[in-house]
Ligand binder design. Structure first.
Ligand SMILES: [Zn+2]
Length: 185
């Protein structure tokens, strides 16, 4: 037999109750299902759930299913924690797929009242000067505290994209996230 996880969730928690017999002598422990509002599930519905639980847990291949599922879940959690500890702009598509979006590059506007200066775009090598240009873009992306990259000056957003993506791809590869992350720009 094979089992598949179905994304349909029923959110109940188990709450411990003390069951005291009529002559107040024996106390037994029990559990009830409690919903998100704190209300206890009625007997009929609870017994239905117990029947389904019985069905699932008494299945002969359930142990294997649990081990496999948890292995997968452990992997997903590791992927998520790497992404959430970064400063990337990303969206979750599903459990094992994330899209990384374009970051907000810092746009610097030249101060025309100051002394003229210029630099060359770190990608296309075009000369960008305070005399002829209005602004430029800074690409600095410490994706996380262990991945420092120097701030680079670029002439335009397309150039900034290429510089950023190069670093992003390296970061994704180093963290073994290639199967889970799509660059979305
Ligand atoms: Zn450029």
């Amino acid at each position: 037999m094979k089992q598949y996880r179905n994304p349909h969730h029923h959110l109940y928690r188990l709450e411990e109750i003390d069951i005291i017999d009529d002559d107040n002598k024996n106390v037994k422990k029990g559990y009830v299902f409690v919903d998100h509002q704190g209300e206890i599930l009625d007997r009929k519905k609870a017994l239905e759930y117990i029947e389904f639980l019985q069905e699932a847990y008494s299945n002969t291949s359930i142990d294997e299913f649990i081990t496999e599922s948890n292995k997968q879940q452990f992997l997903y959690n590791a992927v998520a924690s790497k992404l959430y500890s970064s400063s990337l702009k990303f969206e979750k598509v599903d459990e094992n797929c994330y899209k990384v979006n374009r970051p907000d590059y810092k746009k610097n506007t030249f101060n025309k009242s100051k002394r003229d200066w210029s630099f060359r775009c770190s990608l296309c090598n075009k000369k960008v000067s305070s005399k002829y240009d209005e602004s430029y873009y800074l690409v600095s992306s410490p994706f996380d505290q262990y991945f420092d990259m120097p701030t680079e000056r670029t002439c335009s957003i397309p150039c900034a994209d290429v510089v950023y993506k190069d670093n992003l791809k390296r970061w994704i590869k180093e963290r073994e996230l290639s199967d889970y992350v799509i660059i979305n720009f």
